[in-house]
Write a protein that binds this ligand. Structure first.
Ligand code: MN
Length: 713
């Protein structure tokens, strides 16, 4: 078991001025809160944070990271409060412990690749401090090293999670040794038989391999010496997991996988890199398409090397990397040095952001020479434009920053969105405009009675939610328009005395709809409701199909009407539906009141009234014939405007109105204003039969108390 002393001496080894007292304080605190807890291995729980802290010192991490390593499980597993950790160990440490705790709480449920990618992104996004991920990786490494104490089911689950999420994360962080170690441990638990086979095959051929490596090294050294190049040569076999991947890809057994050897030649200068390359290519046959020049074209993470593959002395393929000592340092120690290195994967679109991030990271790294200073200074928002949240089932969903529970609801199903009435985030109710945060678990509450609101458009962030809400509103408005259109048409049908009981199912109406190039009766009604088509138009088209003569086209009617402007019908006849028409009686048929009559719209002379069976009408253009009825009253009505000035007193308006009504006149309009000197000025528009009636009314109003002036306006 690792002891505190191992940690502090390891720390002091690379960081002589390190504040060891803080590490000791963290050790004491961790020991206190974990007291009595035991790991599955039977060891005291404290052994785990000690191991994690030790791994962090092996990674040459700063004091804060080592302290956070000692404390990383205190919040989750003991009653420790974050505020207490902040008080005792500072804000930075508390922030890292908090981040590690949050990541540990996340459930991994789906093994789909896309899901794993989202998971990795979420972890990166949640870590406001890069050390969160490094501490988490150290934690995971020790858990994997002690996985044997877990029940088999859990072993598989944790190994799968590590392989899909943490090993690639380690790769992305450039901690390549961590990535290979994790991968090999995962292989051991996930494919124990294959693992054993590869391992034994490697062991079996160990002698041969070592002999071969020595042979290559000797040959190369000789050539380099001749060329007067000072270089170090390293040879090794690839990790078990990458041999396993090659086996799977090429469908081979372990001993059929030849290119398991990788050599590295490290030289003093850039110029020598290319000299060595030339030398190698002239010694062994290069494999076409395998040469990569990351020296003149460094990877986004600043990785630099020349890569080539050649057919070796025994006909074996071997990979050779050539770089300077400086490049080697970047590749070994740089945070992202081995990003996607040797994975045989091309950066996808979704990786662009990470590349951007890494580039930025390395920019910072360049300007901060001391890696520890870099670690301490960098606070980053890794994916500032995205937020990752969980469904209640543990599935990860990605949203633009600022997205709300409504966006979440629509991402599940448009029905869930439409019926979304509320949301719970991490078990607590939140308003629908709540901004989702990384790692939130979101649960949508729906109600069948609920409907989307136009207001939602103000705060939703995803195009999907926006579109769905708009669609719903349009559908809703259409439904209202159909209802309104139906009402209007029913009324018009009634007025036209047609017998059409069921508008929606009526074949004649459906035919009219088609005539007017609408898709359906509903469509026709919606447009009627919107006012894009008139009821008259529809009725006019309905009549012929019902054996009734067609009405004049309203287009022409309104055109004519606009030319004939006179106040009032004065002949006891009224053109149905059209007020204020100039009307004359035809000289050909002399219609009398009460007789069945129709109107004929003349050009510029108003409407002429004919008997319905007059031959002039039978020959007339149907469009110009309008339906007319006899006005019930023989009286002519005149409009009069009255101005009444009163002292401002409540009830005076009622008094005036009742006088007008008592004298059988109609009030068409009334306006009341109060002047600065608190007088009431009322304007009435009334309908009277004659001047005498108007005089009577004016006289009566004058007699009302508080009325000052009555006059015609
Ligand atoms: Mn832990």
């Amino acid at each position: 078991m690792i002891r505190l002393n191992d940690i502090t001496s390891s720390l002091l080894g690379y960081h002589p001025e390190a504040d060891v007292s803080l590490v000791e304080k963290a050790y004491v605190y961790s020991a206190k809160v974990h007291q009595g807890q035991v790991r599955l291995s039977g060891e005291p729980y404290l052994s785990h944070p000690l191991e994690v802290a030790h791994i962090l010192t092996q990674m040459k991490m700063d004091v804060i990271s080592v302290v956070a390593g000692l404390l990383h499980d205190t919040i989750e597993d003991t009653g420790a409060e974050l505020s207490e950790i902040e008080r005792l160990f500072g804000k930075e440490t508390a922030n890292i412990v908090d981040g590690v705790t949050k990541i540990s709480k996340m459930k991994f449920s789906d093994s789909e690749e896309r899901q794993a990618e989202n998971m990795r992104k979420m972890i990166l996004a949640m870590a406001t401090d890069i050390r969160v991920i490094i501490v988490k990786l150290a934690d995971r490494l020790h858990n994997m090293q002690t996985l044997g104490f877990q029940p088999p089911e859990k072993q598989r689950l944790i190994a799968k999670e590590t392989l899909d999420i943490y090993a690639p994360l380690a790769g992305r962080m450039g901690i390549y040794w961590m990535k290979s170690t994790l991968q090999d441990l995962c292989l051991y638990y996930l494919e124990p038989e294959i693992y054993a086979k590869i391992k034994s095959d490697l062991a079996e051929r160990k002698g041969d391999r070592e002999k071969f490596i020595e042979e290559v090294k000797a040959l190369l050294s000789q050539k380099l010496k001749e060329a007067n190049i000072n270089a170090a040569i390293k040879g090794r076999h690839k990790n078990l997991y990458s041999i396993y991947t090659k086996m799977k890809e090429q469908n081979l057994s372990p001993n059929q996988v030849y290119d398991i050897l990788a050599f590295r030649v490290i030289v003093d200068s850039l110029k020598e890199c290319y000299e060595v390359l030339g030398l190698i290519h002239s010694t062994w046959k290069p494999i076409p398409g395998r040469f990569k020049d990351y020296v003149s074209l460094p990877k986004a993470n600043m990785y630099q090397s020349l890569h080539t593959s050649v057919i070796g002395p025994l006909g074996q393929r071997m990979e050779i990397q050539i770089r300077t000592w400086e490049m080697d340092k970047v590749a070994e120690e740089g945070i992202a040095a081995h990003w996607k290195y040797k994975e045989g994967l091309v950066a996808s679109k979704t990786d662009e952001k990470q590349i951007k991030w890494l580039r930025q990271l390395l920019e910072w790294q360049k300007s901060l020479q001391d890696p520890k200073e870099f670690m301490e200074t960098v606070r980053m928002d890794l994916f500032p434009d995205e937020v990752y949240v969980f469904t209640p089932k543990g599935e990860v969903k990605e949203f633009p920053k600022g997205a709300t529970p409504v966006d979440f609801a629509y991402s599940i199903h448009s029905e869930v969105g439409n019926k979304c009435i509320g949301a719970k985030v991490n078990g607590r109710m939140v308003p629908l405009r709540y901004e989702l945060k990384n790692g939130d678990t979101v649960e949508i509450i729906t109600s069948n009675k609920h409907e989307p609101s136009k207001d939602w458009l103000e705060f939703v962030k995803t195009p999907r939610a926006r579109t769905k809400i708009r669609q719903w509103i349009m559908k809703q408005e259409r439904a209202q328009s159909i209802e309104l259109g139906k009402e209007i048409l029913e009324k018009s049908i009634e007025q036209a005395r047609l017998n059409l009981p069921n508008i929606l199912k009526n074949e004649q109406i459906a035919a009219v709809a088609r005539d007017l190039s609408f898709h359906s009766t509903e469509d026709l009604l919606a447009n009627l409701g919107f006012g894009k088509v008139s009821a008259k138009q529809i009725i006019a088209r309905l009549k012929p199909s019902l054996g009734i003569e067609e009405q004049p086209h309203p287009g022409i009617v309104s055109k004519v009407v606009s030319r004939i402007k006179r106040k009032k019908s004065t002949h006891g006849i009224k053109v149905k539906g059209l007020d204020n028409m100039l009307v004359r009686f035809a000289n050909c048929c002399h219609p009398l009141p009460g007789e069945h009559v129709v109107g004929f719209i003349t050009r510029g002379r108003g409407v002429t009234i004919h008997k319905y069976n007059c031959r002039h009408i039978l020959d007339a253009e149907p469009d110009r014939v309008v339906e007319v009825v006899w006005e019930p009253s023989d009286h002519d009505l005149y409009l009069a405007k009255l101005k009444v000035v009163t002292t401002d007193k409540k009830g005076i308006l009622a008094d005036i109105s009742s006088i007008i009504a008592q004298n059988n006149a109609n009030i068409l309009q009334a306006q009341i204003q109060t002047t600065i000197d608190k007088k009431g000025v009322s304007l009435f528009t009334i309908e009277v039969e004659n001047y005498k009636q108007l005089q009577t009314i004016m006289g009566a109003i004058k007699k009302i108390k508080n009325v000052l002036i009555v006059e015609r306006a």
